[in-house]
Design a protein. Structure first.
Length: 86
């Protein structure tokens, strides 16, 4: 969904680097996969065609934060009351 975003913080040998991958157009999404020592973040179209790909060594990844795009409230959403402290 447009606005979906993934932030990746990498250990760069004494300092850190931060990368952001964002779904830039309507209908695109950001997928994260992890396997064989590699973290891959891909922006894809509705049809599954990769638009942008970022690969990182899993041993260097300090943090990976997925930030979904805010969605408007639906009419049937349940309202949740906050808990009160005693």
């Amino acid at each position: 969904m447009k606005g979906d975003r993934v932030e990746i913080v990498i250990d760069a040998g004494g300092s850190t680097l931060t990368y952001e991958i964002e779904a830039t157009r309507a209908g695109r999404r950001v997928d994260v996969t992890h396997g064989r020592g590699v973290v891959e973040v891909v922006e894809t179209t509705r049809g599954g065609t990769p638009v942008r790909t970022a690969r990182f060594m899993a041993g260097r990844v300090l943090a990976l934060v997925e930030r979904p795009a805010p969605r408007p409230a639906e009419a049937d959403d349940v309202r949740v009351a906050p808990l009160r402290s005693a």
